[in-house]
Ligand binder design. Structure first.
Ligand SMILES: [Zn+2]
Length: 165
């Protein structure tokens, strides 16, 4: 029994029509684009993908992702744990079907092309990357540059240092 979704490909509309459900843990080391932003690829994300058709005949996917990847702080370069709790609702648009009018759609859902061979892992990685902060930082920390070379410190402190010698 494999617990991985590496290589799992779904036909979106078929997945929705059959009420498909996928529940897996995805190792952070399975997500190369995300891994580049992390201080460690140990750990995993809990992923749940569910499909259904509503009574208007629309097809949907709902993707839930939870986990706490450790990002690299842009100030001190240390690890910042970033709790993730993503829920994405995606309306599947079949070829030839009209795209929903943005103004009429509620903001909680996006529309995507109903691919016949959707790589689940790529969808998961895309959603996680969208949810991450552009410049992750600790709420409070000190730049190692600032403390090591005096950058950012008061010029008077540097003068006082000189006088001591
Ligand atoms: Zn920091």
């Amino acid at each position: 029994m494999s617990d991985s979704i590496a290589g799992t490909v779904i036909d979106c509309l078929e997945f929705a029509r059959s009420g498909g459900v996928l529940e897996r843990n995805v190792g952070l080391d399975e997500l190369p684009r995300l891994a580049e932003l992390l201080t460690t690829t140990a750990g995993f994300l809990s992923v749940r993908l569910e499909g259904w058709r509503d009574d208007q005949g629309k097809s949907w996917l709902q993707l839930d992702i939870a986990g706490a990847p450790v990002l690299c702080c842009q100030r001190c370069l240390g690890g910042v744990k970033f709790p993730l709790a993503i829920r994405s609702r995606l309306q599947l648009i079949a070829p030839g079907e009209d795209w929903p009018d943005d103004d009429l759609e509620d903001d909680s859902a996006d529309a995507i092309t109903a691919e016949t061979a959707l790589t689940v892992l790529s969808l998961v990685e895309d959603e996680v990357l969208l949810a991450l902060p552009i410049a992750p930082r600790h709420e409070q920390c000190e730049s190692p540059l600032a403390s090591a070379s005096g950058h950012g410190a008061s010029p008077f402190a540097a003068l006082a240092d000189l006088k001591k010698h």
